[in-house]
Design a protein around this ligand. Sequence first.
Ligand code: ATP
Ligand code: MG
Length: 430
Amino acid sequence: MKYSKSGITTIKSAPNDAEITSHILMIRSGMIKKLASGLYTWMPLGLKVLRKIENIIRLEMNRINALEILMPAIQPSELWKESGRWDKYGPELLRIIDRHEREFCFGPTHEEIITDIARKDIKSYKQLPIIYYQIQTKFRDEIRPRFGVMRAREFLMKDAYSFHENEECLNKTYDIVFNAYKNCFNKIGLEYKVVNADNGQIGGSESHEFHVIADNGEDELIFSDSSDYAINAELFSEAPKEGDQCPDGSGKVKIRRGIEVGHIFKLGKNYSDSMNASISNKSNKTTKMIMGCYGIGVSRIAAAAIEQSNDDRGIIWPKSISPYEISIISIGYSKNTTIKDYADNLYMELKKMNLDVLLDDRDISPGNMFSDADLIGIPNKIIIGKKFIEKNEFEYKDRKLNKTFTINENNNSQKPSQTTLDIILSHING
Ligand code: ATP
Ligand code: MG
């Protein structure tokens, strides 16, 4: 992509309502634009990141044979009345009345809809276990939308639901999804922690939250310095302090702050009982299905990744979800044909290698090009300038390490040699 055609519009300072780094940087880099409280447009640069996150998650869900579907965002109240949530769910549920005076809501989550599908489609234990998932827009009328897409009203979630004949089968699937989640966050390249999010209040069912570690996280995570013990502090009436004896007796308490990016839950028969979702089991008896549900905050991950990795110049993307993998800054692109030709050829060659490349072709000061590239956070940068005309040299710069390497193009033609491309590739792959 040529910068001049990329739709990227960076801004010098963010509005006052942007309180935390990720929100400020997402606005300043032009990834998102605010429409109203908790409602954001994903601009081209931001949407590229969102799609990359989505695709990593989709790949991991497909790998465990979860079935992708797409349910409507708008849901009829009848199903919510069946489950009992129409009255329980409070003002976070955006309720809508259509022209025929029928009640609907904009889905904050989809348990009712999927249970309705399962009770119609699944008749026998032979069809189980089954995992359905979708990557879809949710709406929650949050009391305090803040931090941009981190706590928005409309946001993108990957929600999955599993159905089982018995607890044993649920437990197996739960572990499989648990591992798929770990794979997702490992692939994205985030530092995260999985914590226990349940005290057993809901009928002994289990629940885990996945948190990206970040100082601005809304949650406090309590964990042990010497065992797997990890729990959300909100489950304590009086949470232990850093250095206290760990509640499991294993060692000392450590405390970090986290951003919840995933939540998995053993639902049991909560919905299948109230909505009468049954199957015939191995002994040919009718029994209610057991369920699990599994959410990932797709759009929140973009903000969480920035919160975890940035500096005073801007975002530092993990390679896996960076909007572009490499940018070429050509100083004098519009004035010097030697530079322009080489930059264009390098751009074409890198694209041929399936790299996501941004070529800065703008006629602006080098300083502004550098500061935009740093703000946007592209991990690899190539700078072609005066030295290329003088001695066929240009620079490769690593955003994260803040290190510069000089590359010499020995080849006298306007095309990068294979050696040059190999050197660039080895830098990109670290
Ligand atoms: P939180 O405690 O942050 O409000 P939650 O427990 O209400 O989250 P879940 O119902 O478990 O969230 O939803 C699954 C995932 O969706 C969460 O782990 C989170 O990453 C994401 N999510 C929830 N609410 C929002 C929101 N308002 N904006 C963006 N992402 C959200
Ligand atoms: Mg939660």
